[in-house]
Design a protein around this ligand. Structure first.
Ligand code: HEM
Length: 364
């Protein structure tokens, strides 16, 4: 915790690796509760990203020392998470209220562990946390919708779909707060590297050796909101079918979710098909409500494309034009690719287009 609490300063002053190398070997035996284990994963994965990327893209550390690797791998096994920073570390576990009685608003929230990137890093994490909060009524609506189908209650299903659409629209509005709190240049040049993984990443082509765990290097993707359960679950209910390449990537991202979250998505997927039900019941209002959910989801994904364009593509072009510049040079190999290592924009547009393709047209 001492190292983690001072992480931005230790990274910026190039001292983190020295501190970690002197760290005692910690045992996970003393972690009593689930919350303590999640905190341990949060802390150890943040330190790991800092350790690997302390010197930026040019000199990633390709060996994680055993006193960091062993407890990270142990707590990861206990939690069923990979031994790398995941969305549930960066966002879901990483916020606290300043005033416990106060509202869930950005002014009353603080991150627990940070990287360099100051207010932009804080904004990036907390806006994403607020996006997850905006999704809560939508997640509840999924459960309501599945139950309504099982009980053939069309009124309840209609209400659930209307609730789901409102929640998706609220997510889109909340995502817009990114512009108020996150500077694209800082995101691109400073923050992004600490979210980068060691799979499909030309800066670390062979992966990372977890000393004391395995002699072969291991490959893991970086942290991304593609690891959030929310859109996976929405797609599962609405029956959105992605292209093979996109679906492969998204399925892989499910292994970066807490196992109970992954199980939730699978359960929604295994439930009786909403699409079939809407088509077979011939209820026009249900069909409209279903289509409106898809339109709202596609609009969210289109908006996300504009955010990614601003924070990655335009920021990359600006950084190129400005060199040499005072901000560290971002990893060349990572330019125009997402932190999860996919060719970001074409993937995101395909995922958006497939959402629209799911729209149902009335029969006859
Ligand atoms: C500056 C802000 C953001 C940037 C630059 C960004 C960038 C990206 C990139 C590059 C991908 C491609 C997959 C990957 O490489 O991991 C992606 C996927 C994704 N992002 Fe973001 N993202 C941002 C914020 C968010 C937020 C706040 C959310 C929450 C709604 C989000 C939700 C998703 C989802 C769900 C995917 C998977 C594709 C999909 O299902 O549509 N992103 N993001």
């Amino acid at each position: 915790m001492e190292i983690a609490n001072d992480l931005p300063h230790l990274i910026e002053s190039h001292q983190l690796r020295t501190h970690v190398n002197k760290m005692p070997l910690l045992s996970c035996r003393f972690l009593k509760s689930y919350r303590e284990q999640r905190l341990a994963h949060l802390v150890l994965s943040f330190i790991t990203m800092g350790y690997v990327w302390q010197e930026g893209n040019t000199q990633p550390e390709e060996v994680l020392p055993r006193n960091l690797a062993l407890p990270l791998v142990e707590v990861s096994r206990n939690l069923g998470l990979p031994p790398i920073l995941v969305h549930s570390d960066l966002v879901l576990t990483n916020w606290t209220k300043k005033n416990a009685e106060g509202p869930l608003e950005i002014g009353n929230l603080e991150t627990i562990i940070s990287f360099p990137g100051g207010e932009s890093l804080r904004g990036f994490i907390l806006v994403t946390a607020l996006v997850e909060t905006a999704a809560v009524p939508g997640i509840k609506a999924l459960v309501q919708a599945v139950n309504a189908i099982l009980q053939t209650s069309q009124d309840t299903l209609l209400q659930a779909l209307q609730q789901l659409r409102l929640s998706i629209e609220d997510i889109t509005r909340t995502l817009g707060q990114m512009h108020d709190y996150v500077d694209p240049d800082i995101f691109y040049a400073v923050i992004r590297i600490f979210l980068s993984g060691w799979k499909d990443n030309p800066a670390m082509p062979v992966g990372l050796i977890y000393e004391g765990v395995c002699t072969e290097p291991l490959k893991y993707s970086g942290g991304s909101a593609a690891q959030s359960t929310v859109l996976h679950a929405f797609d599962a209910l609405l029956g959105v079918r992605h292209s093979k390449a996109s679906a492969d990537f998204l399925y892989r991202m499910r292994d970066y979710m807490p196992p109970s979250h992954k199980a939730f998505v699978e359960e929604i997927h295994a439930a009786p098909s909403l699409r079939d039900y809407v088509l077979s019941c011939g209820h026009g209002c249900l069909l409209t409500a279903y289509n409106q959910c898809l339109e709202a989801l596609a609009a969210l994904r289109s908006y996300h494309v504009t955010v990614v364009t601003k924070y990655l593509i335009t920021a990359a072009a600006k950084a190129k034009g400005r060199r040499p510049n005072p901000l560290p040079r971002p990893p060349q190999a990572l330019e125009f690719t997402g932190t999860g290592g996919t060719a970001a924009l074409s993937f995101l547009k395909s995922v958006r287009d497939k959402t629209l393709e799911a729209i149902l047209h009335p029969r006859g």
